[in-house]
Design a protein around this ligand. Sequence first.
Ligand code: G1P
Ligand code: ZN
Length: 550
Amino acid sequence: MIIKTIRTSTVKITPFKDQKPGTSGLRKTVKQFQALDYFPAFIQSIFNSLPTLRNSTLILGGDGRYFNREAIQIILRMASANRVGKIILGQSGILSTPATSNLITLHKALGGIILSASHNAGGPLGDFGVKFNTSNGGPAPEKLTEEIFRISSNLREYKITNIHPIPLDKLGEYQLGDMEIEIIDPVKDYAELMAKIFNFEKISSLLKSDNFSMCFDAMHAVTGPYAHTILEEQLGAPKGSVIRGQPLPNFGGGHPDPNLAHAKQLVEMMYREENAPNFGAASDGDGDRNMIMGDYFFVTPSDSLAILAANAHLIPAYRDGIKGVARSMPTSEAVDKVAEKMGINCFETPTGWKFFSNLLDSNKISICGEESFGTGSNHVNEKDGLWAVLFWLNILAERKESVENIVRQHWAEYGRNYYTRHDYEQIPFKSAEALFENLRENLKLLPHKQFKEHTVVTADDFTYEDPIDKSISENQGIRIIFDDGSRIIFRLSGTGTEGATLRVYIEKYVTELDQFEMETQEALETLIQTAEFIADIKGYTGRTKPTVIT
Ligand code: G1P
Ligand code: ZN
């Protein structure tokens, strides 16, 4: 269908000074994004940062949250005014982050715009976000996000075409002035990619067997359509194996964050005394995170990463071995132990997926992940929730053991890394800054100090040098390492929208079988107290306990 553009106008604006992308794109409240010219200004800044935008192809979609549809209409009108050649758009404005990444490379696109605030709550009072991924499918590197920020801080106008809204729900092609729009099935190409990576036949016979049941919680977010198609239709899991599968603008009122606190329905089911499913999983708003559970059992994301790496030889795509692995600095060192045994490299990067991109592109790593429920591989340049779920199902289909047994055998072989993250949310910025200033000032004094049974060996502020492009990223988290390898890490979240969020990561490594049976918070108790003491969390924030423990 040809849609005639009525006219292109240039809208004059006063520059916005607060459009600095965080760990993963620009994330603000819906209300902020709805403010006059705010959203178009950021989109224009992305466009202006791309010298080869003219006649290029862009992929576009989002997690279906409130403001997704309006935002897409605005982007289409602006793309046409900015002379983009073609937009490939997910039907109904839906595309998961990993599916977008796949489409970018598949269509050799210049990049992709993903509309999502990931695991943050949605709805008119919730959050919205914009992420830009580059032609390698990966999140924009810091260099580019800084450039976008610089442009937006000085942006005085944007271009937009004036047309009626494009129907988003029907597959098809449109011509908008000189620009083509193709509305595609958001699931098809992604499902084909998964079928190439995993042994679908084996997984299918597991899912169809009477001795196995699973539950996947899509949290009313983007993975619903993907999970219904792949798990139920293609692999034959009984209908109802996917719950909360319909994407809703407010995620059904929930927080689309796949963890023990927010995936309540799934967690209750998995901790049922009787008839709990054998396997449980959930994914977040935009489909890049995953939580893995067994019958009465929770797998920490750091352990999950290590277990995927250790079992990669069971998966067709990784059968010939994996090149190397990487984890973000605060992620537990469980995967390091696997890499050591395999004789492959293990890279430690700052928090945020963008830091894995160069390593993936240059083939230095095959599998990587973060403690924040994110794992992925060189199949796309993003973390990928459903990929992790299928990876686990493929392992279960091959090993024919329970999730719990697989994890316990892993600990027996490699040792166990007890791990927890304590988040203190909505702290006034000033208090958070003062807390970090104090921590930084005292870093030099910490080595050799003893706290209960632990003595500090090193204490620093993590600086990363990218092994490929040699770029330096400073202030990536305060790291305190003890004589037995235990670690405490402090950093501030880069994805929140209200006040500051202090994240405290605590880890302890044990190797003896009789040390594996403790409850996590108990096993880490003295380190937790030490962390609270060293940072004087109560003194600076007034908080006596964290808001969320994962
Ligand atoms: C959080 C996670 C981080 C992840 C990011 C995007 O960022 O901690 O690992 O990459 O979300 O999903 P943070 O809020 O800690 O900056
Ligand atoms: Zn996400």
